[in-house]
Design a binder for this molecule. Structure first.
Ligand code: NAD
Length: 491
């Protein structure tokens, strides 16, 4: 197997990097733990950095004026990457925090960072070293919660920001969790299944003191799945000498996964999309829906909106865009995608170009594919009433401004796709109780949580005359800092 960017030469890396570096309270992170050239890069960084971005021209204040003092010594102060963006997002909501503002530094310092070396024997007998991270941004409101990402471009700055955005997401829906995130800097596609398993197991072994069923619970993220979670759960349990299903979520059902988890994110998109439609006086019956991305999130949302009487008139995926003004047959489209790998080639529909997709007039548009898909280049051509962000970070800040000026309502990703982490929470609760709920029960509880969260954001947005995205940050930061104040500082 060819080594990817994440792998370093065995001899060199073994000398150069400590086996493990636990960093408590940021200041104790030793600069030597971070490999030179490990500063923020492009690529996957985009995956979430646009989540609720306000960084562009934020109040006309540059990074160096506002947040520079919060850039830790081991990030590049000139270009701190996603972590710098998160800091500016917090700056932006600070005026809304009132007295709680005195605690804002809590949000601007991740609580704990762990950087680990992951040495693994490859199939050809050579040894490769990978860089792994786990960051706990805030443990105020409960154990850390957040996925583990496998990608060659993952950086510490990115994982710090992603962990902070998990704090925001869990606080938006009121889950008793803090925010955390992890990652390994490698491309799993460059390695065999057994190599990926060994990388996964060694990584979990290295972070096993740091995580815990009541401390920090990982889950899947980019390039990790139910199988990865099964290996993680098994490794942790072997080390603990007992079965610990609650150590990760997103597991296969057979080892403690939750019913309803697969559909949870798309279902959440539907619940908040329906609530936003009702607020906007839009009748779902006959409403026109366009969806980009027809995978887990997009296809589930399509099915649920169709069941509610709406017409899904256009769908785009990586293979092309299909259109039917009378409404696409969603079950048939799901079958076609399962058989052919994408929507392209579907009979009895009109094929439109990917560019034309963005111009289709609709009532609700659901980006459920990738980050940064709605940008300066296409935002002005979008003709819809409500955008429900199923994907993480699908709207660039420039596009956000354009859409807001056009009066388009955006239900932000930190709320719209929070159904996934909500049912992950249910999985963890069921694992703790060793008692499993019916799918109906899970869906009902999900609906209650998503509905309440939408109502809260909507009320906050009206009160402060801000967008739902800003309202999400105000709500989440207030919740986290209220807990901070109640708990006080130790000692
Ligand atoms: P998926 O892999 O099941 O589906 C992705 C879809 O996007 C596919 O239909 C694919 O064809 C399409 N796509 C990929 N590249 C595209 C391109 N260039 N143009 C148009 N379409 C493209 O993924 P998913 O689980 O449905 O996740 C979709 C989004 O939702 C991601 O941003 C993910 O981070 C976010 N999200 C997912 C969950 C979850 O529980 N699955 C939770 C929170 C957020």
């Amino acid at each position: 197997m060819t080594a990817c960017h994440g792998a370093t030469s065995p001899a060199r890396s073994a000398r150069k990097y400590p086996n493990r570096a636990i960093v408590l309270r940021m200041a104790r992170l030793h600069a030597a733990c971070i490999r030179p050239g490990h500063q923020p890069a492009g690529g996957i960084l985009q995956a979430n950095l646009l989540d609720n971005c306000f960084y562009k021209n934020y109040n006309g204040v540059s990074m160096t004026q506002q947040s520079n003092s919060y850039i830790p010594s081991y990030l590049n102060a000139e270009d701190p990457g996603p972590w710098g963006i998160f800091l500016q997002q917090v700056d932006r909501v600070e005026p809304y925090l009132g007295e709680l503002g005195k605690w804002v530094g809590t949000l601007k310092h991740p609580e704990k960072i762990l950087v680990v070396d992951v040495p693994v024997r490859l199939d050809d007998g050579s040894i490769a070293h990978f860089e792994g991270y786990r960051v706990q941004h805030s443990l105020n409101c409960g154990p850390g919660k957040g996925g583990i990402r496998y990608h060659q471009d993952v950086t510490l700055s990115e994982v710090m920001a992603l962990s902070a955005w998990m704090s925001i997401k869990t606080a938006v829906v009121g889950l008793p969790y803090g925010g955390a995130k992890g990652g390994i800097r490698f491309n799993p596609r460059d390695y065999s299944k057994s190599e990926v398993e060994r990388i996964t197991r060694r990584y979990i072994n290295e972070i096993s003191d740091f995580i815990g069923v009541e401390k920090d619970i990982p889950g899947p993220d980019v390039n990790t799945n139910a199988q990865t979670m099964a290996w993680m759960m098994d490794t942790y349990s072997m080390n603990a000498g007992k079965d610990c299903p609650g150590i990760v979520t997103g597991k296969p059902i057979a080892i403690g996964g939750s019913l309803g988890r697969v559909e949870a994110t798309g279902r959440g998109v539907f619940i908040v999309g329906a609530a936003a439609a009702q607020d906007a006086g839009l009748d779902l019956c006959g409403a026109r829906i366009c969806i980009q991305g027809f995978g887990n999130v997009g296809s589930t949302a399509a099915r649920l909106f169709t069941e509610a009487g709406a017409r899904v008139i256009a769908v785009q995926d990586h293979t092309g865009s299909v259109y039917n003004p009378d409404g696409l047959q969603i079950d048939a489209l799901i079958e076609h995608v399962a058989a052919h790998g994408g929507v392209a080639g579907k009979p009895n529909v009109q094929n439109i170009s990917n560019d034309e997709f963005w111009e289709v007039q609709s009532d609700i548009l659901i980006p459920a594919a990738l980050e940064g898909q709605i940008h300066q280049g296409n935002a002005g051509r979008i003709r819809t009433r409500i955008i429900v962000e199923g994907a993480n970070g699908p709207t660039t800040p420039e596009a956000d401004d354009i859409l807001a000026n056009s009066g388009i309502i955006i239900v932000p990703d930190v709320l719209a796709n929070a159904g996934g982490v909500t049912v992950s929470y249910f999985e963890w609760v069921q694992n703790s109780a060793n008692f499993y709920w019916s799918e109906e029960e899970i869906n009902q509880r999900l609906e209650t949580i998503m509905d309440n969260a939408y109502k809260t954001l909507s009320a906050t947005a009206s009160e402060h005359r801000v967008t739902l995205r800003t309202a999400a940050f105000i709500t989440a930061c207030t919740r986290i800092l209220q807990v901070r104040e109640l708990r006080g500082l130790y000692p």
